[in-house]
Design a binder for this molecule. Structure first.
Ligand code: SF4
Length: 120
């Protein structure tokens, strides 16, 4: 049986969870950026993730929760699959496109096997 002290400890633990350190919490219009179809915005979201201190627990939570859409832990999820790179069709441009500048965020070692099962 939980005591009030136990519950208080749990609540305190919750406020120090990885989510409190999420870099995307400080981004204006984060929802639009992280759930966009626009490659430039997806690149922007991935750049935020690349600097985020909680990238591993974020990606792990996305895999646990079977997230269908958005950028999580530096990876793009579309239709429940994790896409490594999303490129426009057509010839390579003379000037670099946003997807060419998209940061490649490595999947943490302990999540690679799970991530590969979700990769399109
Ligand atoms: S890894 Fe990306 S989506 Fe996850 S908390 Fe950090 S900034 Fe947000």
């Amino acid at each position: 049986m939980s005591t009030l002290v136990d519950i208080t400890k749990q609540l305190r633990a919750d406020t120090t969870s990885w989510e409190t350190h999420a870099a995307c919490k400080t981004v204006d219009n984060a929802y639009d950026l992280f759930f966009s179809d626009d490659i430039g915005e997806i690149s922007g979201a991935k750049r935020v993730c690349a600097e985020c201190p909680v990238i591993a627990p974020c990606l792990e939570a996305a895999l646990d929760n079977q997230e269908q859409w958005g950028v999580w832990g530096g990876q793009l999820f579309v239709n429940g699959e994790m896409l490594t790179v999303k490129r426009r069709r057509g010839r390579p441009p003379k000037v670099a496109r946003p997807e060419d500048l998209m940061p490649v965020v490595p999947v943490p070692m302990h999540l690679r096997e799970r991530a590969q099962r979700r990769t399109a």
